[in-house]
Design a protein around this ligand. Structure first.
Ligand code: SDX
Length: 432
């Protein structure tokens, strides 16, 4: 294939370089378009626009492929764990035993938050959404370690490993503390001898005189769920982290913007919306058929939450893995959740329905994750917080990739202006 594309604009013809990735993805490099032609490209929602070249995660939406640093998600879900996958995403290679031990110790030793942060929690109303608290508290981490949040790119990058371990570890502590404070329970402090997922469950559910006894199957399921959420190429929240980082903002500020971007129901908020949808269907005595008809008609803006994806036009490999793990966990716990039965029925019906087939709508990562979290005992309003905990390594890896390049340019898209072209100021007495 030619290494150049030819673009004909009226009488003018220009050549534009073609960029090819290691997995044979191809792009027309339009960086010289405006200076040569005065034209820009237009791609609302960036569905056809590459914002960067990255080595972290590869997705092939048509084939249902997801790989972290080239390793298939199926292998990582089966053989790896969240801390190891976090190291892989952040550092680019699976850790040796010694590297893993050092990384794990650094995360473990960063589990406590500054005691003064608890005063901030007390200022929130008890029904404050934990995602609002999380984004604020993640950004505030930089206030207690200002040497890690200088907004001096070179200095912040030099301190990346320390700041990253802090964010990866403390995101759990902040999440658990926001839950405990919202329910009036005393905050439970992390314990040194617990694993990443065990410590989170301990901080969430232990009682002052009775430590939470984590069930191995629950800890394993939670660990795998976090791993499956760890990164996903240039999704809405990760692209936001990269954009904020491109302006020179420190790691905590950039990650905080990712938390905020994740919150929406079309993105990370979908896992909560799926459960609310399934509960609504159950309460209506519907087996899902009526809801599917409503979702197809777009009636009252209904969508089959947990279905569809901008990139996957085939199955989302994570949905397959979580769906199977969900069944296994509920079976192990002896939990019978009508939402799971409804979810299976929705999946079965939708996958046979032309509306969904034509639009290539398949279950995504959020379709089953909420049912698993509910079985684990995570409260509904914490579901997207769990997604943020899982996505932390991906955000950190992407921040590092942007910050590592001293030539990074600030992200600044263009627009096509459609407003009033030119008009004079009108004094208020002449308006109306
Ligand atoms: C995540 O990007 C990532 O990688 C995200 C993520 C990650 O790991 O970071 O994978 C995590 O966010 C998963 C997606 C979670 N969101 C949901 O489950 C919400 C429900 N799904 C959708 O709203 C939708 O599918 C999106 C937002 C996921 C994708 O939206 P697109 O690509 O912009 O597609 P679209 O909205 O333009 O829809 C195309 C057509 C439309 O119909 P027509 O106008 O062509 O008639 O498909 C329809 C839509 O109405 N459609 C749906 C639907 N999703 C799309 N119809 C019913 N139910 C749905 N879920």
């Amino acid at each position: 294939m030619s290494k150049e594309a030819t673009l004909k604009l009226g009488e003018k013809e220009i050549s534009l370089p073609i960029i090819e990735g290691t997995a044979e993805e191809k792009a027309v490099d339009v960086r010289a378009l405006r200076s040569n032609t005065g034209f820009i490209t237009y791609d609302e929602g960036f569905g056809n626009t590459g914002s960067c070249q990255s080595k972290i995660t590869f997705i092939d939406g048509e084939q249902g492929i997801l790989r972290y640093r080239g390793i298939p998600i199926e292998q990582l879900a089966e053989k790896s764990d969240f801390i190891e996958a976090s190291y892989l995403l952040i550092h680019g290679e699976l850790p040796t035993a010694e590297q893993r031990s050092r990384f794990s110790d650094r995360v473990r030793s960063n589990a406590f938050i500054d005691e003064r942060m608890h005063l901030i929690f007390e200022g929130y109303p008890s029904d404050a959404h934990p995602m609002a608290i999380l984004s604020a508290m993640i950004n505030s981490l930089g206030c207690y370690d200002p040497h890690l949040a200088t907004n001096n790119r070179e200095q912040d990058f030099a301190n990346f490993d320390e700041a990253a371990a802090m964010a990866l570890s403390k995101v759990r502590t902040i999440a658990a503390a926001s839950y405990r404070m919202s329910t009036g329970q005393p905050v439970i402090y992390p314990k040194r001898d617990l694993s990443y997922a065990e410590n989170f469950l301990h901080m969430m559910f232990s009682q002052p005189y009775e430590d939470f006894e984590p069930i191995p199957e629950v800890t394993k399921a939670l660990n795998m769920m976090l791993l499956l959420h760890a990164d996903h190429e240039q999704n809405c929240s990760t692209s936001t982290v990269r954009m904020v980082c491109s302006g020179g903002a420190n790691l905590f500020a950039s990650i905080s913007s990712g938390v905020t971007a994740l919150w929406g129901p079309l993105h990370g908020g979908a896992n909560m919306a799926v459960i609310q949808m399934l509960e609504e269907i159950h309460a209506d005595g519907d087996d899902g058929s009526r809801f599917i008809e409503d979702a197809k008609s777009g009636k009252s803006g209904k969508r089959l939450m947990g279905f569809g994806h901008r990139v996957y036009k085939n199955f989302d490999p994570r949905a397959k893995i979580i769906g199977a793990a969900c069944e296994k966990l509920l079976d192990k716990l002896g939990v019978s959740d009508p939402c799971l039965d409804i979810a299976r029925k929705l999946e079965q019906e939708a996958l046979a329905d032309d509306y969904f087939i034509q639009r290539k709508l398949y279950p995504n990562v959020d379709f089953y994750s909420g049912i698993m979290m509910r079985a684990i005992g995570i409260p509904l309003n914490m579901f997207t917080v769990m997604f943020a905990i899982g996505r932390m390594p991906g955000w950190l890896a992407n921040w590092k990739e942007v910050a590592s390049n001293p030539k990074t340019r600030i992200s600044r898209p263009r627009q096509i202006y459609q407003g009033s072209v030119l008009r004079d100021y009108v004094p208020v007495e002449q308006r109306g």
